[in-house]
Ligand binder design. Sequence first.
Ligand SMILES: [Zn+2]
Length: 401
Amino acid sequence: MLALIPPVSSIGALAFHRSLPVPLLLRRAPPLARSLMAFSTDPAAVEEKVEAEDEALPTAVAGAGAGDWGDVSHEEWRRWGTSSPLPAAVAGVIHELLEMEAAAGEKMRFGGVGSKLKGNFKDVEDKKHRAVYERLADSDQKLQYFSARQIGCRLLGCRGYLCQKCWLPTEDCMCTNIVPCNLWKGMKFWLYMHPKDFLRQNNTGKLLWQVFGIQAAQLCLFGIQEHEDIMWDAFQSSGKGKISVLYPNKSTTPKSVKDLEFDGLSLTADLHESLQDEPFNFVLLDGTWSNSAALYRRLKERWTAIWGDEDIPCISLSTLSASVMHKLRPQPAWDRTCTAAAAAGLLWELNLRPELSAFEFEKQAEAVECSLDILLDALTARRVRLGRSITRKQRHNRNCI
Ligand SMILES: [Zn+2]
């Protein structure tokens, strides 16, 4: 069976995680078109494409007054997929926006990529936020402000428009189709998400907490202090031996799932025993190709600050698609580099380790793959209904992997 695994020299580089590129909605396209998807795409081109095709908020909804509900409460915040309190910086940004709206006597309108402010209000806010940014002393404060502002605008812009669980427009909500599944208690996913992926319809990281729950697959927003502190507190409780970032290790010896050491975890079939141990933390970088590098750098900085060494443990997926081997079905057309697919790949590879065989990783991997199919169906149905193209446009691909 192992002989079926194709050469994997470049697969490490594929373990980047980002939103689902829109062109991959061609999953159900005719055979000729499907074959075009076999090549890897240039990350920069994909990113441009995703940015360009990200759906604008309909003016009617955004124009109804994004700030009409007032400040975002802790409860409203948590319904988007996190158990943390509303971060102070995000609350501050939202409050300022609402105050500015009241002073201007004009409704805030959002639209376009990333819920950007529109209209006259945009210029006023733009000057103000640039002034705040300039006053901030160091790059870390600037980053935190950038993240809080991105997230604040998205929270206001998506209010009443997106389903808070699946982040799709409410008329396309897919929540009832998702089948929850228990993740092995001995592990935990951290979705370290770039703010530009937050509340994005084609983000796939959100699928993990839809399937496994917000404790087993926890959202950590990049540059949001409360979220990052929660994650690093968990890392320090578990210890540095129980952390792994799914990212190709560029500096030292590349590691794969088979190199992971689960020492200290009770690898018995008795799940209750392993409950006594801190789980093994798997960090998924959830952002576009270029943003993933910034996510990784920030992780590495804090790792070094805490533990004094620079060797942040990274793993790459070493099989092209374990599901190909297990199910003997055609390679799924969705991109293996999206976050949910990377998580499924990791689970499939854990499934190959004999000492973990009691933990039903196959079932967990399938649950993730299933949710990805459901998301693709929902996004495709939406595009078809709105008369948008689902045809891949051929283009030159620079630096193909
Ligand atoms: Zn929903």
